[in-house]
Structure formats: structure tokens, C-alpha cells
Design a protein around this ligand. Structure first.
Ligand code: PMP
Length: 434
């Protein structure tokens, strides 16, 4: 009996080796903290305002309309109306004819699109270049595919005298970037507009990356989920439109970000068939299929946007206009209390310098946890305000290089932003009163 029960208990590790070191996840931790301390939550990146009415209506029509087949499986690589309109829309943006069946694939959010790319392109021993700071899932996804992430940082230049810092001040060192490319390199991940900084890469910066990709025959995984969220008249340039890049680039997008409906989890990839055919292989052997009703609704949303393209009524024109106001509001609010903002050119994120607030949260020398992480946790618990430490967007070895910044999300109702402002003002008053 004893030997049987010993046998029944497994003593060897149950988890696959590729999970080693990737078990921690910043979002699981911070989402739980924010919920526990019922804070003003400017942490995780999602709007707390509703998606536009026209989009909700398309979803409801799809759900309750005559076509009951919308409740069943649709085409595995994308609901035909959605891939057709995406091909039309992105064809227009890229100035090229796109085939809906081979140049577009629908995914469960941009997240699954990324996962498909790494699984499809990265082999054991391949290197993938990631620009820091980066959307945190790139690193574990590369590792799960057996690849090695190679990091290259954006380096901040000091802002001009008397001016606020801008995400444009964070730049790649061209020599340093070039030094990361080798025969082992398979791909580079580009995320413009960039989460967390809000940097919108300039044409010059994109050309630098594109030239290196062409020279070394390397793929580009271009995460463009914030493509419509650019401010101050800046232009989002698609790297796939640069010389020699279409053939080696997968563009990734998200209806969650595009239409303020992150919970729908509709994403897509756009690119040449020679790349997308391999994404289809991963997709058909993993997720296989995405929710039909949500795809139908997003298809109709894009139909509307195609008709209104560039017009003031277009959601892709209105949303950035509204968000730019929210950005300016949060910039002012942070600047007024001395939490120096880095003004983002795009996205709905803003990174701020917490140096002047360090005296509130004592440093713990020799702690394994980066300072900004302890600061952000302290702020949630003691001030009821949630933000994400910037170190979460750096690899393990570099987490302490930039550990005095936190990231705020400003895709929030005015009331939420006001509540955040009140917390900051009160905090500042407490600091200055003896
Ligand atoms: N890429 C970036 C840069 C993101 O910020 C996010 C969401 N935070 C995603 C991809 C994932 O998008 P989705 O919700 O569509 O999966």
C-alpha cells in the first residue's frame, strides 16, 4: 500500500522546461493589487469609457439578427467579411492590392498574432532583437519558441532647457543597433507607436531599421496596435511600406485598441503570403478559430471607417483627438506636482519620472525588486493610485537601468483622471506642509 501511494505521487517536474523563468507576470500581480485596494486605476491599458455606439450596435445586430449562422464557426483564418474589409482598408493604406484570403489572418487579439509569429518563425538558437522598453510578452514568447531575445535600448537624451521631456527624446544608437544583428538573428520586433513610452518612430529611425533588416535578410514583426493613436499631427509610418520591407514584414493590429473594445479580443495580421502561410499553420494547430459575432461586428466597424476615411466623423480621427486632450490633461496634472512627464507622441500611455517622490518610499538597498516596482506597489496601497513600473518593460538584466519611472494609462473618463489629479495634489500638499 505504501509503495503504491509513493508511486502515485509524481516526483519529477510536471512543467515543460521552456516555462522556466517565465512564470511571473506583471499584469497578474498589478491587476490583483489594483482590485484589492480599489484604486483609481491608471495601470493596465484599457479604456474605462465605452466603445463607440455604432460599434456596439453592429455587435447587437450581429448577435440578434436573422443570420443565425453568426453563432457558428466561420472560416478558420478569418471571417470572410472581416478579411475582405481589412484587405481593402490596409490595401488602401499601403497602396498595394491585398488578397483577403492570403494576405490577412484574423487572430484572438494582437496577443495571439504575436504568438503565431514567434512560433512560426523562430527556431531553437535563433535570436530575436527587441527594442527596450518593450511590451513585456515579447520576451517570454520568444523564449517559448526556443529563441534567444537580444535587447537594444532606446536611450533618453536630456530635454531642451525648460522643456518637458518627449518620447521623441528616446532614441536608438545606430551603431549599437547594428551591432545586435548577426547570422543568428531571425527577426526584429518593432512596436511603433511604442508601449510604454508612446514613442512614434520617425521615418529616419524606421529606415535605419529597414536597411539593417534588408542587409541581414531579417524578418520584421511590426506591432502596430496603436496605429491610430498619434498626436500633434504626427504621422504613423508603416515600416512595411519602406523599400524592401513588404516581403519580410508582418503587420499586427488590434480591434481592441482601434475601437476601444479590448475585451472583444479581435486582432489581425497583414503581410505577404510567404509569411502568412506559416502563421496559418500555427493558428490551425492551436486556436484554430476566433469568435464569429465579434469578427462580424468589427468588419462592419471597418466598413463604416472606410466610408468615412479621413473625415471628421471617422472614429479614427475622433479618438486620437479626444485622447490628445486627455494626454495634455494628465501631462499638466503630473507636471504641476513634480512627477515629470515624458510627453508621448502616441498610444494612450505616459511615462513619468518619480525621482522627486523618492523620499516618500525609502530605498531598500540590495532588494531584488527594482525601485520603481516597490514605489508603484506602495502608491497603490497608500495613495490608492495604480500605475505600472517602467522596469516591467525591460529584460531581467536591464531592469535597474531605468528604475525611476512609472507608466500611466490615460484612456480614461474625465472623472477618473480628475480623481487621479486630486490624489496627486493632496500628496503634493502633504509633502510640502511641514
Ligand atoms: N501589443 C501591444 C504593444 C499592446 O500594448 C497590447 C495590449 N496591451 C497588445 C499587443 C495586445 O493586444 P490585444 O488586446 O489585441 O491582444
Amino acid at each position: 500500500f505504501l509503495s503504491l501511494s509513493l508511486q502515485a505521487k509524481m516526483s519529477r517536474p510536471v512543467q515543460a522546461q521552456r516555462l522556466e523563468g517565465i512564470d511571473k507576470n506583471i499584469w497578474v500581480e498589478f491587476v490583483k493589487l489594483a482590485a484589492t485596494y480599489s484604486t483609481v486605476n491608471l495601470g493596465q491599458g484599457f479604456p474605462d469609457f465605452p466603445p463607440p455606439d455604432f460599434l456596439k450596435e453592429t455587435f447587437m445586430r450581429a448577435l440578434s439578427g436573422e443570420n443565425h449562422m453568426l453563432h457558428q464557426y466561420t472560416r478558420a483564418f478569418g471571417h470572410p467579411p472581416l478579411v475582405k474589409i481589412l484587405a481593402q482598408f490596409f490595401g488602401k493604406l499601403l497602396g498595394r492590392d491585398l488578397d483577403p484570403m492570403t494576405n490577412v489572418m484574423v487572430t484572438v487579439g494582437a496577443y495571439q498574432a504575436l504568438f503565431c509569429c514567434f512560433q512560426a518563425f523562430v527556431d531553437e538558437g535563433n535570436e530575436v532583437i527587441i527594442i527596450e522598453p518593450f511590451f513585456d510578452c515579447y520576451e517570454p514568447m520568444v523564449k517559448m519558441a526556443g529563441g534567444t531575445p537580444v535587447f537594444v535600448p532606446l536611450r533618453p537624451k536630456p530635454p531642451k532647457d525648460g522643456k518637458l521631456a518627449s518620447s521623441a527624446d528616446w532614441q536608438l544608437d545606430p551603431a549599437e543597433l547594428a551591432s545586435k544583428f548577426s547570422e543568428r538573428t531571425k527577426a526584429i520586433v518593432l512596436n511603433s507607436p511604442n508601449n510604454p513610452l508612446g514613442k512614434v518612430f520617425s521615418r529616419g529611425e524606421l529606415e535605419l531599421i529597414a536597411d539593417l533588416c534588408v542587409k541581414h535578410d531579417i524578418l520584421c514583426i511590426s506591432d502596430e496596435v496603436y496605429e491610430w493613436l498619434v498626436y500633434d499631427g504626427k504621422e504613423h509610418i508603416r515600416i512595411a511600406s519602406l523599400q524592401g520591407m513588404w516581403d519580410r514584414t508582418v503587420i499586427i493590429g488590434s480591434a481592441g485598441k482601434t475601437f476601444s473594445a479590448t475585451g472583444w479580443k479581435v486582432g489581425w495580421t497583414v503581410g505577404p503570403n510567404r509569411l502568412l502561410q506559416h502563421l496559418r499553420t500555427v493558428h490551425q494547430n492551436s486556436v484554430y478559430h476566433c469568435a464569429t459575432v465579434a469578427q462580424e461586428a468589427v468588419a462592419q466597424g471597418f466598413q463604416r471607417e472606410l466610408e468615412l476615411y479621413g473625415k471628421p466623423e471617422s472614429y479614427f480621427v475622433q479618438l486620437p483627438k479626444e485622447l490628445q486632450q486627455k494626454r495634455d490633461w494628465l501631462v499638466q496634472s503630473l507636471d504641476a506636482v513634480g512627477m515629470k512627464p515624458i510627453v508621448p507622441e502616441g498610444t494612450y500611455f505616459l511615462v513619468a519620472d518619480i525621482s522627486e517622490f523618492k523620499s516618500d518610499v525609502p530605498d531598500v538597498p540590495d532588494s531584488d525588486e527594482p525601485y520603481d516596482s516597490r514605489f508603484a506597489k506602495w502608491m497603490i496601497k497608500n495613495k490608492g493610485l495604480a500605475a505600472i513600473p517602467l522596469s516591467a518593460f525591460y529584460c531581467g538584466a536591464h531592469k535597474n537601468n531605468y528604475n525611476h519611472f512609472i507608466r500611466f494609462c490615460f484612456a480614461k473618463e474625465e472623472a477618473t483622471l480628475k480623481a487621479a489629479n486630486n490624489i496627486l495634489q493632496k500628496w503634493k500638499r502633504e509633502k510640502t506642509s511641514p
